[in-house]
Write a protein that binds this ligand. Structure first.
Ligand SMILES: [Ca+2]
Ligand SMILES: [Ca+2]
Length: 218
């Protein structure tokens, strides 16, 4: 939750300080994500929030020379990435900068190293590097991450989620939204969800494994 809090604080500071913005800007460079909206769809029934399941493309560039270090359109066979927003499945800068986005929206996010790959860097990203992401959100749906949802998903009430249970839940959610999908679609989300959540690889998501993401909401 601190991420949202710190973000709000920065916005607050910027608004309050007005003409004193010299040091507010310095502060911004250190620990704030710069968000530029490139494309905003006219119709937006649902904005992304913490815990939502997001499907998105993102390309990553180094701020200093514009060189590209990641492209989700060519990496991993060009599939857009699935992740749960706001819970640390992506770098902090994306968790912060991709809040309140609609399906179809594109943003350019400038992320300071502290919210990206930090002092050590990662792969092609050198230490202390500011990075720029161009993100395109393809879909936003309610993620299987609230305890209320856990109770609904866990059909046999054994405090553990099987793939069949999660799949049933996802199907209902998509049908409710008027967008039923085909089998390969669900299989892909399920594989992603279990790869990220089933820590002990026993094929089930226990309440404890599920709860990892709930703790910081308290
Ligand atoms: Ca169960
Ligand atoms: Ca497990």
């Amino acid at each position: 939750m601190w991420k949202l809090v710190s973000c709000t604080v920065c916005v607050f500071l910027t608004l309050q300080l007005g003409s004193w913005s010299v040091w507010a800007e310095a502060d911004e460079l250190e620990d704030q994500v710069k968000i530029e909206v490139l494309v905003k769809p006219e119709e937006c029934s649902r904005k992304s929030k913490k815990g939502d399941l997001i499907n998105a493309h993102y390309d990553g560039f180094l701020a200093k020379d514009g060189s590209q270090f990641y492209c989700s359109r060519s990496d991993k066979e060009g599939h857009p990435q699935w992740f749960v927003l706001g819970v640390g499945q992506v770098i902090k800068g994306l968790d912060i900068g991709m809040m309140d986005m609609c399906a179809g929206e594109k943003r350019k996010l400038t992320v300071p190293s502290a919210l990206a790959f930090g002092q050590t860097g990662k792969g092609p990203v050198p230490p202390n590097a500011t990075v720029v992401f161009e993100v395109e959100v393809l879909s936003v749906s309610r993620g299987p991450r609230s305890m209320e949802a856990f109770g609904q998903i866990d059909l046999d009430k054994d405090r553990s989620l099987t793939k069949a249970e999660v799949k049933e839940y996802l199907k209902l959610e998509y049908e409710k939204g008027g967008k039923p999908r085909d089998e390969p679609f669900y299989e892909k989300i399920l594989t992603d969800i279990f790869r990220k959540s089933d820590q002990d690889r026993d094929g089930q998501i226990s309440a404890k494994e599920y709860n990892i993401y709930e703790r910081d909401e308290l």
